[in-house]
Design a protein around this ligand. Structure first.
Ligand code: ATP
Ligand code: MG
Length: 407
């Protein structure tokens, strides 16, 4: 016999409770984002490689180390999407919606990154996310953050997470700040990790995001963006904090939040938890006003976030067990036809019902008990409704069945 085939490293099957948690996270996010006026989009899970390489920043970890990029049979370079924002912005342009703004987008689906698999870190993982394209006012940033906060609340995990916000400023602030960082880190270059020495040349802000311990010690005393903000950037940031306060969203200011990707400006934020070890960020995002233009579209400002469904799933309580179908049990050969008619009638009016595919009445009853069904419907000359939880049994008319089963 051939050895059983294995799943690819870093991928997981979602079965049973894992599947129920995943679905619950997605459905909660879909429902809450609709309250804010977001509509769901689905974009392809692979794109022209340039959709990501041009936008995520040639020096980002995602582009340099983590992308699943390959040539297809036609010789085109395609990439399994490592994140959702670039694809949504590409789709905005493709669909000709850059003049029909705002667009408020919700998405959910798989993402792919070649990472070292560990708890909360996979090679195929899943995200929910929102993008608000068009407005460049702090109200938009506050709305996407508030939607994220409400989702975490409705998932019952708000007590375990903290919102950290920061500003990356506008171009003027970034230039000032970059100069200050280059000066500071150049003075301490000998203590920087090899990765961060490269970052110092290509994108010094990234050093703030480094996971290297030595780097983090230097980062603790690095200059702060707050001291380099332009007037306009400061006004924007203060506006965001004011609206968050109005919306009752608690936050902490954290100058170290810079986000891993190149395209962010102004707002950057993360919801973090201490409950997941090193994989503490559950929902993260920011403003990316230059992204659509980088893709060859007009200038369309945007703000959004993405959250890892696996990490959220680990934090939530087990979702309620879905309604188990009633088990229809023909008690003898003659009752089989009637049983099938009952089965169909119940399903036609939206009541979940199942019948075992084989076996005598006793076997079927055992199976119904094991399946977790609440009710068995015993069909002979008459119909008996058996409550499998307490064992009680009563005669019922077919017309009364839906009432009992729905109660
Ligand atoms: P990290 O610092 O943990 O690598 P990141 O900055 O790369 O996160 P983002 O690109 O901001 O993550 O993605 C948003 C969210 O998606 C993360 O906060 C996390 O919840 C989730 N996520 C990212 N990468 C993975 C992964 N490999 N496996 C599972 N979830 C992930
Ligand atoms: Mg990462």
């Amino acid at each position: 016999m051939a050895p059983p085939l294995q799943p690819v490293r870093g991928t997981r099957d979602l079965i049973g409770d894992d599947a129920a948690r995943h679905t619950h996270v997605v459905e909660t996010a879909r429902r809450v984002t609709a309250l804010y006026g977001f509509a769901e989009w689905q974009t392809p899970i692979f794109e022209d490689t340039k959709v990501f390489s041009r936008t995520l920043g040639e020096t980002s970890d995602v582009v340099t180390k983590e992308m699943y990029t390959f040539e297809d049979r036609g010789g085109d370079s395609v990439t399994l999407r490592p994140e959702g924002t670039a694809g949504v912005c590409r789709a905005l342009i493709t669909a000709g919606l850059t003049q029909t703004l705002p667009q408020k987008v919700f998405y959910a689906g798989p993402m792919f990154r070649y990472e070292r698999p560990q708890k909360g870190r996979y090679r195929q993982f899943h995200q929910i996310g929102v993008e608000l394209l068009g407005p460049s006012t702090p109200l938009a940033d506050a709305e996407v953050i508030a939607a994220g906060w409400q989702i975490l609340n409705e998932l019952g995990i708000a007590d375990n997470v903290e919102l950290h916000i920061n500003t990356l400023g506008d171009a003027e602030s970034r230039d000032n700040y970059r100069a200050a960082l280059v000066k500071y880190f150049t003075e301490h270059a000998s203590a920087l990790s090899a990765d961060s020495k490269t970052r110092l040349e290509k994108n010094p802000l990234r050093i703030l995001d480094s996971k290297d311990e030595g780097d983090q010690k230097l980062v603790a005393n690095a200059p702060l963006i707050y001291d380099h903000l332009s007037e306009a950037a400061a006004v924007f940031y203060n506006g965001l904090k004011a609206v968050l306060t109005t919306f009752d969203v608690p936050f902490t200011e954290n100058p170290r939040i810079v986000r891993g990707l190149d395209y962010y400006n102004h707002t950057a934020f993360e919801f973090v938890t201490t409950a997941l070890g090193a994989q503490g960020t559950v929902l993260a995002g920011g403003r990316y006003d230059g992204l659509v233009e980088q893709m060859g579209g007009p200038s369309v400002p945007g703000v959004g976030w993405a959250a890892g469904i696996e990490r959220l799933s680990m934090l939530i309580a087990p979702p309620p067990v879905p309604h188990r179908p009633a088990a229809i049990i023909p008690m003898n050969e003659e009752a089989h036809g009637t049983a099938l008619n009952i089965l169909k009638s119940l399903r036609d009016i939206g009541i979940p019902a199942e019948i075992a595919y084989a076996g005598n009445a006793k076997k079927r009853l055992e199976r119904a008990n094991k399946s977790g069904a609440k009710f068995a419907i015993l069909v002979s000359e008459d119909i008996k409704l058996k409550n499998l939880e307490d064992g009680s049994q009563q005669d019922v008319l077919f017309s009364d069945l839906p009432g009992f089963l729905r109660s």
